[in-house]
Design a protein around this ligand. Structure first.
Ligand SMILES: [Fe+2]
Length: 250
């Protein structure tokens, strides 16, 4: 799920189990094969090379943020729900800063450990993009979902994935903070904790707003996407018109 459009379209199609797995494998594979440093990286890390592992994990986190940044741009463009767009826009700037923080940390940690191992490849911030978390459904359920999803239900499912990605980022930053502390990289731990707290706030925003968004935009009777798209000043009016029309339409 390197981009929102791909993540959304895959959700639209119900995230076919096998297809999704193949996409993730392709994504992971391309991340390795396209990286000109990949072979040198794998040769540089030994089981007892803690600094190398820290640098590798910082770059893994950076590859997640690279993918998240790309996805956020697309999500902001595509979401018809103003409340979701507002949260995504706010998190876009945070994600840019998280990416900058990681790039700085990778260069700094790489410099301080350079004398111990010739690991120039690990000390360079990656431009690669990780495959982000998504649902991998059993095929029969994926088919049923793809045939029954309305546009607003598609968006609500995508918001679930927004939360899933933030949760993954929280877990990854948690590990990085602990790794930094155990290795005595105090300043790195402070910077990573700042990013962790931003991810926790974004996850909390998604979690707290989801029930209200669901309640406002979904009905058992049909799709109220038009009301969501109206948004802004006319949104409430369009929303109430839709609600009034709903029983007749049903
Ligand atoms: Fe995030």
């Amino acid at each position: 799920m390197a981009s929102s459009s791909s993540s959304s379209s895959s959700t639209k199609k119900g995230d076919r189990h096998q297809k999704g797995r193949e996409q993730q494998e392709q994504s992971a594979g391309s991340g390795s094969s396209n990286n000109s440093n990949s072979s040198s990286v794998s040769n540089l890390i030994l089981r007892n090379d803690a600094e190398g592992k820290f640098l590798l994990n910082l770059n893994i986190m950076l590859s997640m943020e690279n993918a998240a940044l790309e996805r956020l741009h697309a999500r902001i463009q595509e979401t018809p729900i103003p409340e979701a767009k507002e949260a995504l826009v706010r998190h876009l700037e945070e994600t840019r800063q998280q990416k900058d923080r990681l790039q700085t940390l990778i260069r700094d940690v790489g410099r301080t450990t350079q004398g111990q191992q010739p690991r120039a490849a690990l000390s360079a911030p990656t431009d690669e993009r990780a495959g982000l978390p998504q649902y991998l459904l059993p095929e029969i359920m994926a088919d049923a979902l793809s045939k029954s999803l309305t546009p607003i239900e598609q968006e609500l499912k995508t918001i679930e994935i927004d939360g899933l990605i933030e949760s993954a980022e929280i877990m990854a930053y948690n590990s990085l903070v602990q790794m930094a502390l155990k290795m005595g990289f105090g300043e790195a731990a402070v910077a990573l904790r700042q990013s962790l707290e931003e991810e926790e706030r974004m996850a909390a925003r998604i979690s707290a707003s989801s029930p209200a968004i669901f309640g406002k935009y979904w009905t058992p009777a049909g799709d109220l996407l038009a009301a969501a798209r109206a948004g802004g000043e006319g949104g409430e009016e369009a929303w109430s018109q839709q609600q009034q029309q709903q029983p007749a339409a049903a």
